[in-house]
Write a protein that binds this ligand. Structure first.
Ligand code: ZN
Length: 107
């Protein structure tokens, strides 16, 4: 153990585990880059929108993708970079969108 991916909480900056395998007394990621303790506090204060979701759904990504293409960005490398994802992840997302018949995913 001890190999689980760690990252600092977006709010308290303390290291937390990104998996459910948390050592006793350890800090675990809950959602939106927040540890479980901070998530509860943020939720209570109605400030969740200050902390974006780590994962966007395909619709959100395609919306941004389309917007970028309308601005003339065509290369997959540039698009992937602007979308803060790898080219591979972009290809996979577009392939799944095409399979689902989404008109925003170009050939
Ligand atoms: Zn925290």
């Amino acid at each position: 153990m001890g190999t689980a991916a760690q990252r600092p909480c977006a709010r308290c900056k303390r290291s937390m585990a990104m998996t459910r395998n948390v050592a006793r007394g350890g800090r675990a990621h809950k959602s939106r880059g927040l540890c479980a303790g901070c998530y509860v506090v943020v939720l209570r204060h109605g400030e969740l929108e200050l902390y974006p979701r780590l994962r966007r759904n395909r619709d959100e990504v395609l919306h941004e993708f389309q917007h970028l293409r309308e601005q003339g960005i065509r290369s997959h490398r540039d698009l992937a970079s602007a979308l803060r994802m790898t080219e591979g992840a972009l290809y996979n997302m577009l392939r799944r969108a095409r399979l689902a018949g989404d008109p925003r995913a170009p050939d």
